[in-house]
Design a protein around this ligand. Structure first.
Ligand code: ATP
Ligand code: MG
Length: 569
């Protein structure tokens, strides 16, 4: 492509609305343009990068045996009502009506549509397993669309759905998809981690996220420094911290005037924080049931774990007035001496073994000391409900846990029979018996992956694309547009790259070299080839964007040199 004719408008200033680096650089390099909040046009450069990610995804899905289809964006409400999700999806689902006032959704995901197809088409175990995928625009009216392509309201997703005669077959496909996703992110040239993720109400071990590692990531990932354990902090398993056992003492109610925070309790009563227990009051948003969650004073309640224990969609902390209405006193709540008729108690595993801990006194300005689980109170449920912290022991090998930030770019999930049951997707097994299919679903945020590549690969001058997904791999630049020799050499090299099927841009714009370099750095071409002073000798400069190195290469070797370097950068 000749840049003199190419539609690319780079900006000097960063548009104010952009907060994260990928958003800033995508706008500044003229790759995308905003139409409305969370809605963007891909201009030629941006679309080229998107298509490169898309093609890698497509090739790896095909190689893994999945088959590409293309489903409608427009989905009738009836299907969503059948699965029960018309209401559950809430405000995130974009809804419209046709001229006959019939309701439709703009697809946020396609479990319903694909299950409808399969239940009508597949009736025998002989046609299973089956994995179908598409690459398509998704619509989600996100509460906070932000960060450009990272969290859009209209975005590109690859979504795949698999159907199976039994759980073993689903397990196999899950591993197959895990391997395919690993190849996708490797081929994109990204540093990433596959981590255990929340599988919500469905439970089980069948949920893995693929995170592109970047400081700006919205998610925290916990990983072991000794083994391969890695999990989203939302779900990472905590280990029980053993404390020395002491002889149990008599429980006592003591005055603690104005001492309601754990730090103050520790100081006022002169107890180690490991011997304090706090009570957090939560409500199930679906049933309004109230829970008292007991946890060690220095730990935090993990709300994702809590919602899974309760088996609900979400939980929220009680408001001050809700606490008061239950007869409790904020800052002094505890499991001993409270009216628990309307409250279920959930204890984190960490508190069961603490000898002689403190707890709220359920009277203003009081606390209990020498409280012991089992003797003084019990919980309905004892479970892992706390957030893992860096430095604690790995649940798998006992090694030390560390944390990193990540951007969730892919998610694979064993759905089991959730949708196949709701929509009655059944088949006849070997014995002619009707059975419900097992399902898996597998998503990659194609546009989010493109943005996360920029979050991970940039410097103060602009983007540093990995070659595999760069809009153009090489930019060929005549140093001086007035030098016929340099221009001719640049043209020759440009043609050689084209003949070798390497995506190349020729910067034949009538601009100064300094301007071209700056623009090139911003756009992020992995390599620049400059035909300059040594053009007469057939020697060019090859600049590597990532390392800033400059090599002198003969014109005949430059294509093979770039090919070699592409493996590395
Ligand atoms: P998140 O927790 O970030 O909202 P999600 O759990 O809603 O993600 P999935 O429903 O699993 O996401 O969708 C599959 C993939 O689609 C995600 O892994 C992510 O890469 C991408 N994705 C989801 N929402 C968006 C969005 N609003 N903009 C861009 N990509 C998205
Ligand atoms: Mg979401």
């Amino acid at each position: 492509m000749r840049l003199s004719k190419y539609y690319v408008k780079t900006l000097k200033e960063t548009p104010k609305e952009a907060e994260v680096i990928s958003h800033k650089l995508l706008l500044r390099s003229g790759m995308i343009k905003r139409l409305a909040s969370g809605v963007y046009t891909y201009l030629p450069l941006g679309l080229k990068a998107l298509k490169k990610v898309e093609n890698i995804v497509r090739e790896e899905m095909d190689r893994a045996g999945a088959q590409e289809i293309f489903m409608p964006v427009l989905q009738p409400a009836e299907l969503w009502k059948e699965s029960g999700r018309w209401d559950v999806m809430g405000a995130e689902m974009m809804r419209i009506q046709d001229r006959h006032s019939r309701e439709f959704a703009l697809g946020p995901t396609h479990e319903e549509v694909i299950t409808d197809i399969i239940r009508n088409d597949i009736s025998s175990y002989k046609s299973l397993p089956l994995n179908l995928y598409q690459i398509q625009t998704k619509f989600r009216d996100e509460r906070r669309p932000r960060f450009g392509l990272m969290r859009g309201r209209e975005f590109m997703m690859k979504d795949a759905y698999s159907f199976h005669a039994n759980k073993e077959s689903l397990d196999e496909e899950f591993e197959n998809m895990k391997a395919a996703y690993t190849r996708v992110f490797e081929r994109c040239g990204l540093k990433f981690r596959a981590v255990e993720a929340d599988s919500g109400a469905i439970g089980g071990s069948g949920s893995q996220e693929f995170h592109v590692l970047a400081e700006s990531g919205e998610d925290e990932i916990i990983y072991c420094t000794s083994c391969d354990y890695a999990a989203n902090v939302e779900t990472a398993t905590s280990t029980i911290v053993e404390l020395p056992k002491a002889e149990t003492l008599d429980i006592k109610l003591v005055d603690t005037p104005n001492v309601s925070k754990i730090v103050d309790v520790v100081e006022y009563l002169n107890v180690p924080v490991e011997q304090t227990v706090k009570a957090m009051m939560y409500k199930d948003v679906v049933t309004d049931d109230v829970y008292m969650v007991l946890i060690r004073g220095d730990f935090e309640v993990n709300e994702v774990k809590l919602k899974n224990i309760i088996d609900t969609i979400d939980v929220v902390l009680l408001t001050d007035s809700e606490i008061e209405n239950l007869g409790l006193i904020k800052g002094f709540i505890g499991p001993v001496g409270a009216d628990l008729t309307k409250i279920k108690v959930i204890a984190d595993k960490s508190i069961v073994g603490i000898s002689n801990h403190t707890a709220g006194g359920n009277k203003l300005d009081t606390h209990y000391v020498n409280v012991n689980y089992g003797r003084d109170y019990e919980a309905e449920v004892v479970a892992d409900v706390r957030t893992v912290v860096v430095g604690e022991k790995c649940p798998k090998c006992g090694g030390e846990l560390a944390s990193a930030r990540g951007i969730e770019s892919g998610h694979i999930f064993k759905l089991g029979d959730k949708y196949s049951k709701a929509l009655n997707a059944s088949f006849l097994d070997e014995n002619g018996k009707s059975q419900i299919m097992e399902m898996g679903c597998y998503g990659i945020g194609v546009s989010r992956t493109m943005a996360s590549a920029i979050e991970q690969n940039n410097d103060e001058n602009g983007i540093i694309w990995p070659s595999a997904i760069a809009p153009f791999v090489v930019e060929v630049i005549p140093a001086n547009m007035k030098s016929e020799e340099q221009v001719a050499l640049a043209e020759e090299i440009y043609k050689n790259f084209q003949d070798s099927c390497i995506d190349v841009a020729l910067d034949d714009r009538d601009e100064r070299i300094g301007f071209k370099f700056k623009d090139g750095d911003l756009i992020g071409y992995p390599f620049k080839v400059v035909a300059g002073k040594k053009a007469a000798e057939g020697i060019v400069e090859l600049k590597i964007r990532r390392t800033n190195e400059t090599l002198e290469v003969s014109k005949d070797e430059v294509v093979s040199k770039v090919k070699e370097l592409m493996k590395q950068y």
